[in-house]
Design a protein around this ligand. Structure first.
Ligand code: NDP
Ligand code: GDR
Length: 342
């Protein structure tokens, strides 16, 4: 049987790295788009990015979703069966500092890919996946599912709402198989170091080994529904195997505060944290040492307080089930970080 060809925008990120491995395991030919950067950004792909001269199933191309000529050129050359658009300036806090850039990449980047498919008349061949986010629900009351109204609370989330609706618009207007995954937070050892779970795990491991003194955080009381990236990239692929494109919420259905995430990580590391004080003065102690403090710079101008996904639709239609829970997620992140520290 002819191998399927996939093209991943955002292949160098957390999900891109897991999705590439997953698709290779399904016998796909995988193409990925990487940005030019002054230092290497392919660290998460190192073990699959072996000798480029002896490869027949994995290829990287320079490109940028802010540059429509590169998007059009890559799609017209590869003519993939499936496109996964994972490219984004994905840091919510940073989107308040660089709102225009965030909108360009997240909102218009999506449009550039969809419009290339249309312009190249590849709408009958290519299936398109859009990386939507629970951040689009923002201030909406939990639990959130496909029928919940969006209430985005950051330039990032507003841009993702545009991306969501332009995906539906191109599906309806030009008959493109284009689906939106509305994914709740998902983490892993590959998670970027500025996201809260990875920041906590890395710091706690280092503090335990005496390699770091303190961890500074923002809001400890927002609640998130955290899954594992490996489970979530499988859901992306499952959506793309359906006959008709639809939109699906992907989540675990369990939520924890940031403080609970710290306590669970500490428990796994056998560190007993004692909490004292309130608000900006709240502090975490271990062995009578102050190891956690609040820094108001990590707060957001508008916060998303409570995300809790209801993914019954995906469970029914896709038969998707997460394999990880919060404890196996945390233990894997800690084990991998400890290996690095050795
Ligand atoms: P990452 O931030 O780890 O990865 C983002 C990827 O996009 C990187 O490969 C990055 O490249 C690339 N990228 C950034 N800007 C551009 C650009 N202008 N042109 C081309 N590529 C670009 O995100 P995740 O892997 O965690 O998430 C994947 C997608 O899913 C994102 O769209 C994110 O918004 C969305 N999402 C993520 C969730 C999560 O919890 N992880 C939940 C819901 C949605 P580089 O490596 O060079 O920076
Ligand atoms: P989020 O993830 O904004 O949900 O977006 P992040 O891990 O950045 O924040 C989660 C919550 O933790 C609070 N928080 C802190 N966050 C960070 N980054 N750093 C801190 O020091 C800190 N202290 C407290 C935040 O205020 C927030 O409430 C992620 C990204 O992957 C998006 O791209 C994706 O769309 C959503 O998840 C679903």
């Amino acid at each position: 049987m002819k191998k399927k060809t996939s093209l991943i925008f955002g292949i160098t990120g957390q999900d891109g790295a897991y999705l590439a491995r997953f698709l290779l395991s399904k016998n796909y030919i995988v193409h990925g788009v990487k940005r030019r950067s002054s230092s290497l950004n392919t660290e998460r792909l190192d073990d699959i990015y072996i000798d480029p001269h002896n490869r027949t199933n994995f290829y990287l191309h320079y490109g940028d979703v802010a540059d429509s000529t590169s998007v059009l050129k890559i799609i017209s050359e590869i003519k993939p069966d499936e496109i996964y658009n994972l490219a984004a300036q994905s840091q919510v806090r940073v989107s308040f500092d660089i709102p225009e850039y965030t909108a360009d990449v997240v909102a218009l980047g999506t449009l550039r890919i969809l419009d290339s498919i249309k312009t190249l008349k590849l709408h009958k061949k290519i299936k398109y996946y859009q990386a939507g986010s629970s951040e689009m629900f923002g201030g909406a009351k939990p639990p959130q599912n496909e029928k919940t109204n969006f209430y985005p609370r950051s330039p990032y989330a507003v841009s993702k709402v545009f991306a969501h609706w332009i995906t539906i618009n191109y599906r309806e207007a030009y008959d493109i198989f284009a689906c939106n995954g509305i994914l709740f937070n998902h983490e892993s050892p590959f998670r970027g170091e500025t996201f809260v779970t990875k920041k906590i795990v890395n710091a706690m491991c280092k503090i335990k080994k005496g390699k770091q003194k303190k961890l500074y955080l923002g809001n400890l009381y927002s609640k998130r529904d955290w899954g594992h990236s490996k489970d979530y990239v499988e859901a992306m692929w499952m959506m793309m195997q359906k006959k008709y494109a639809k939109d699906y919420v992907i989540s675990t259905g369990n939520q924890y505060t940031i403080k609970e995430f710290i306590n669970l990580s500490a428990k796994y590391l056998r560190m007993k944290i004692t909490w004292k004080g309130k608000g900006l003065k709240e502090k975490g102690f271990w062995n009578n040492k102050e190891i956690i403090s609040i820094d108001k710079n990590y707060f957001r101008p508008t916060e998303v307080e409570s995300l809790l996904g209801d993914s019954k639709f995906a469970k029914k239609e896709l038969k998707w089930r997460p394999k990880y829970n919060i404890n196996s997620l945390i233990s894997e992140m800690i084990e991998e970080e400890n290996k690095k520290l050795k």
